[in-house]
Design a protein around this ligand. Structure first.
Ligand code: SF4
Length: 700
């Protein structure tokens, strides 16, 4: 990172690290649904139909609005589609839908200039608005670089002038995967490069006195995405700007993985008080995206604007009315000077019992105390498949590290490598303590003065650090904290705990524990009302259990993800008595995968599809997943078009990209290795490439 970036790191990015406080941005006009300022956090999505299919696009837009979308984005790859936006808009208005429309533009300034006269907002990608991506490394002198900016200005200024004239808003939408060769050459594939890519365009807009702007910093890697948005806010604040933020994780995939990945990125920033609109990108129907966005956002509509800092220090500032001058000097980002929120660094801890902390991957705890502990088959929910015939367990990539049994004693033998956790009062009565460890309350730990176990887990809350009792606790390298919270803004409370440990110089490993009860009560049995702002979490098809599972995935991914992306946490423990244990186990491993802190499965970077898509993304993703899901750690990009796909799939190891009707181009990293092959045998060919590279293993 260069000297400028280091200077930036001394700045701030959010109002408070230890309390919920929304960062108030400038209000932007988008039709009659304004964004930013004190407006609610808006929900939006994008159509997947061909933009020339007017009826299909209108009907899909209506389904999206009825599902809760407040803006609808439609791709405009050329002037033809841009012109057809007028017909789509007319038919929507005739049917009583006044939803603001957004034209999505890549590579085609002429289409943008048409669309900006028709719709309420245009989205431009600064990586490809005036540049074609060739993956060239070019060493620009400062003079040449300024010359490039002047060239871009000449291409971009006409659009800005049209937007000003027509009152059209604009999103400067940077994508990690489609940074221009110019930005890549100077800043690399970094959050700083993403920020600078947008800032160049924002500065040009301001030169032209145009301020109706929204900004986004998307990536398929939630860690990069979070760092880029934080750095963007800090950079904007330093330059006296506070444009609204459009939050999204690109190519998040589908199902549980897509929801967890989205929540880690979007939820982390919402916890920071950042974000004015949310788009969740799933490889599913677009109307499936709005309920996920609604569930993520709804938590903050119920949260009071500013909670007192738990440790009583003055750590929060609310820029009243978006008063940046007053707030700018207080926007926080230095994590008390000890931890950078703009780059990943795991908190340093000691290794306890050569099992947790230090450089170990975060450990997973599940609670089996409420299960039938007379049947070894119960262990399958914790990732250990029991074979009665062989009387043995099979471990897998998603086998948990600890089971919590509270005061219940199993009547069968547990897997030989699995650590068992008991409440201290029960643990001390066990005849055989091999692999069994106590869980103390803080007071029990102080009173017992018993550290005969190789691991001693002590339940603790942030507020305990300020008590006299904490000062009486004995510290040795068998100690591991289990961090709990009852606070409404639990993530900030737990982050405050980590900051205080850092201040105290304590390197005790910490298992983060969050409890989720009453999830079913948060679900509305009715569908949201059409055309309104529908901030209800409704179960698709009345599936309450499925909806509760989704809520758990989203909430836990937000709460744990927000700490893990900052390198906090040596283990995670999701306590959700109403949710099946196997779901808790897969959610825990999904969160660790999405934060890239523990890899246990294949990662799919699949685009949500749009009007450019050349094959059925959902079916193709399922087909590829069915044959490659055992390839732990491999990242496979599945992208609907060759125009954006290769860039957007970012750091995928292999890519499966639509390049024509029934035609697929296969990539190894950024290199096209098989071009325009038939889709009928493209998957076999992809597997052949993976095998040829020595990256294939046969499924178990
Ligand atoms: S990669 Fe997918 S979402 Fe992106 S433009 Fe192509 S088809 Fe559309």
């Amino acid at each position: 990172m260069n000297a400028d970036a280091v200077k930036l790191l001394q700045g701030r990015y959010c109002n408070s690290l230890t309390a919920y406080s929304r960062f108030v941005t400038r209000e932007v006009t988008i039709g009659d649904v304004p964004m930013g300022g004190n407006n609610p956090i808006r929900i939006q999505s994008m159509t997947t139909t061909d933009t020339m299919d007017t009826i299909g696009t209108v009907e899909q837009s209506i389904r999206m609005v009825d599902a809760g979308c407040e803006y609808v984005r439609i791709t405009a790859p050329s002037i033809k589609e841009a012109n057809n936006l007028a017909e789509i808009k007319k038919q929507l208005r005739q049917r009583g839908y006044n939803v603001p429309l957004v034209a999505d533009i890549h590579f085609t300034p002429n289409a943008a200039e048409v669309a900006a006269r028709i719709v309420e907002k245009v989205r431009v990608n600064p990586g490809n608005y005036a540049d074609k991506k060739k993956f060239d490394q070019i060493d620009y002198t400062d003079l040449e670089y300024r010359g490039e900016l002047e060239r871009i200005y000449q291409k971009f200024a006409p659009l800005v002038k049209i937007c000003k004239e027509y009152g059209t808003a604009m999103r400067i939408g940077t994508n990690h995967g489609s940074l221009s060769d110019r930005i890549m050459s100077r800043y690399g594939d970094t959050p700083q490069g993403m920020v600078e890519s947008a800032m160049e365009f924002i500065r040009m807009c301001e030169t032209l006195n145009y301020y109706n702007l929204v900004v986004s910093m998307k990536s398929s890697n939630p860690q990069v995405m979070v760092q880029a948005y934080r750095l963007l806010v800090q950079t904007m604040v330093a330059e006296g700007m506070n444009y609204p933020l459009h939050l999204g994780v690109t190519e998040a995939g589908d199902g549980e993985d897509g929801r967890i990945k989205s929540a880690v990125g979007i939820g982390t920033l919402l916890e920071d008080g950042l974000g004015d609109t949310v788009r969740v990108s799933l490889t599913e129907e677009p109307e499936a995206e709005a309920p996920v966005a609604i569930a993520l956002v709804k938590r903050y509509t119920e949260r009071s604007p500013t909670q007192p800092s738990p440790e009583g220090r003055a750590l929060e500032v609310s820029p009243a009315g978006g008063d940046l001058e007053g707030a700018g000097s207080s926007i926080r980002g230095d994590l008390e000077g000890a931890h950078s929120p703009y780059e990943y660094k795991k908190r340093e801890t000691y290794e306890a019992n050569a099992f947790i902390g230090g450089h170990m991957v975060p450990r997973v705890v599940v609670d089996l105390s409420r299960e039938n502990l007379k049947d070894p088959a119960v262990m399958s929910a914790a990732g250990y498949l029991y074979s009665p015939l062989l009387d043995k367990y099979n471990m897998a990539e998603q086998s948990v590290d600890f089971v919590y049994l509270a005061d219940s004693l199993p009547s069968f033998t547990l897997p030989g490598n699995l650590k068992q956790l008991y409440n201290y009062s029960t643990w001390k009565t066990l005849a055989n303590k091999t692999l069994c460890h106590p869980v103390f309350t803080l007071q029990e730990y102080i009173d017992a003065n018993d550290n005969t176990s190789a691991l001693n887990l002590v339940k603790i809350k942030n507020a305990d650090l300020d008590t006299d009792a904490f000062g009486m606790a004995a510290f040795d390298k068998t100690l591991v904290f289990v961090l709990e919270t009852n606070e409404l803004h639990g993530m900030a409370d737990q982050r405050s705990f980590f900051l205080k440990l850092q201040e105290m110089g304590l390197d005790v490993p910490v298992i983060i524990k969050r409890s989720y009860s009453g999830l079913a009560q948060k679900i509305s049995p009715t569908q949201p009302s059409p055309k309104g702002r529908a901030l209800e979490v409704s179960p698709a098809g009345g599936d309450l259990e499925g909806a509760a599972t989704t809520l758990l995935q989203l909430y836990a991914a937000t709460d744990f993800g927000a700490l893990l992306v900052d390198g906090f946490g040596d283990g995670i423990w999701i306590d959700a008595p109403q949710i099946a244990t196997d779901v808790i186990t897969s959610t825990a491993f999904g969160i660790l995968q999405a934060t890239r802190s523990r890899i246990s499965k294949t990662e799919y970077i699949s685009c949500p599809s749009c009007g450019r898509t050349l094959f059925d993304l959902m079916i193709t993703t399922q087909m590829i997943r069915s044959r490659t899901s055992h390839l732990k750690g491999l990242k496979i990009g599945i992208m609907g078009c060759i125009v954006n796909g290769p860039g957007e799939m970012a750091d995928a190891d292999y890519g499966y990209v639509g390049s024509g009707t029934d035609k697929i181009t296969l990539y190894r990293g950024k290199e096209a290795v098989k071009k325009n092959i038939s889709s009928a045998n493209a998957l076999d060919e992809l597997i052949g490439i993976i095998k040829g590279d020595g990256n294939w293993i046969e499924p178990a």
